[in-house]
Design a protein around this ligand. Structure first.
Ligand code: GLA
Length: 374
């Protein structure tokens, strides 16, 4: 599979690249799953994503002009643009995030065009940050071609802006930070105010499972922007810079703000439980996060709720929707020895009760984006 993908990426560059393989350079950027700390990043809060072994891979080489020629192996489609192209106007639309990161890096001095072939194993539109990984991978290639020295956190921030420009969705910085800062075997405690990242070891006896509920995400752009605006309004009513600074007593009557304040606390408790090896405390925190996203923040769906229930009934320690919500995936923690059986039982009972076919990914925490030598 891996060798096939590399060969396909090479072949996309034409016969001369296959004949002289050293002309090509490779970068990879992982997707992410967030363990806990949802809808907190854009209020300066805490989140705990892991970079996962579902990744975007790029093979690239510089051009002699300032054009970017992009080929998607998965979509079997191509796009051309320059550093001046307005990202939101580009057709085909799938290439907009790449035009977004080119645009942002151009402001920092990127000017050398590239040929870029891309292939991804991250399911698109599932809430596993396929778009952030695409921006980070393209950004690394574009920056390298122009000899730009850009630190990982700066690249994450550039990719976040690229997403805003390309899609209009006012996302936070979690997805891009996870993709650049991933550490194998670890979750990443991200302080979204200081952008400090602290790796937290994951216990070997637990498996992280991501399960797609079989229903695509809907309304994710507009409803996401609505929720973000509601949190900003709550912070400004309280006269504080961000809900990170609120205490529970200030937000008892506001479900949106209540979620953010409680979720920050749960995230820090989750990290403390991981550090102390108290795995039994993790499940209840995941379930409390899901309940808060469902009842207070209102971003769950009946399918996500049913899948969480099915996983817990089948023996998962806990489970919760992950990412923005409105469809897509849940994340579950399972005892490693039983994970396969738990997921099989859960997806079977979920199929019977909901009529949806769930798809599971047993994911590993991997290192963040970077060049690689195939
Ligand atoms: C999406 C956004 C992130 C974050 C999550 C919710 O994944 O891209 O910035 O806000 O939703 O936690």
């Amino acid at each position: 599979m891996t060798a096939d993908r590399i060969a396909a990426l090479r072949a996309a560059h034409g016969r001369d690249a296959v004949a002289s393989p050293s002309a090509l350079r490779f970068v990879r950027a992982p997707g992410r799953v967030n363990l806990i700390g949802e809808h907190t990043d854009y209020q300066d809060g805490f989140c705990l994503p892991i970079a996962i072994d579902l990744e975007v891979w790029c093979a690239w080489r510089p051009r002699t002009d300032d054009e970017i020629h992009l080929r998607s192996l998965d979509l079997d489609d191509s796009a051309h643009f320059t550093f001046d192209t307005a990202p939101a106007a580009l057709e085909p639309a799938w290439a907009r995030p790449a035009a977004g990161i080119a645009h942002v890096l151009h402001e920092r001095g990127a000017h050398v065009g590239i040929d870029l072939a891309v292939s991804s194993t991250i399911p698109i539109g599932s809430g596993l940050s396929s778009s952030a990984a695409f921006e980070v991978a393209c950004g690394m290639a574009i920056a390298a071609a122009s000899g730009l020295d850009i630190a990982a956190t700066q690249l994450a921030q550039a990719a976040q802006r690229a997403e805003h420009l390309a899609t209009g969705v006012p996302c936070g910085v979690m997805d891009q930070m996870a993709s650049v800062h991933g550490v194998a075997g670890h979750a990443l405690l991200v302080d979204c105010r200081t952008l400090a990242v602290t790796p937290v070891a994951l216990p070997a006896e637990l498996t992280v499972v991501v399960v797609h509920c079989g229903v695509p995400r809907t309304l994710v752009g507009s409803a996401y922007a609505d929720r973000r605006a509601a949190t900003e309004a709550a912070a400004s009513r309280l006269g504080i810079a961000a809900l990170r600074d609120a205490i529970p007593e200030q937000v008892v009557d506001d479900p949106i703000a209540r979620h953010v304040v409680a979720e920050n606390r749960r995230t820090l408790m989750f990290v403390a439980a991981l550090r102390r090896g108290r795995s039994a405390e993790l499940g209840p925190l995941l379930l409390a996060s899901h309940a808060s996203l469902r009842d207070d923040f209102a971003v769950s769906t009946p399918a996500l709720d049913a899948l969480v229930d099915a996983l817990v009934a089948a023996g998962a320690l806990g489970a919760r929707l992950t990412g923005a919500g409105f469809g897509g995936c849940v994340v579950a923690l399972c005892p490693a020895a039983d994970a396969a059986r738990i997921v099989e039982r859960a997806t079977a009972s979920y199929a019977t009760t909901s009529g949806n076919e769930a798809r599971a990914f047993f994911v590993r925490a991997v290192d963040g984006a970077g060049p690689f030598d195939p």
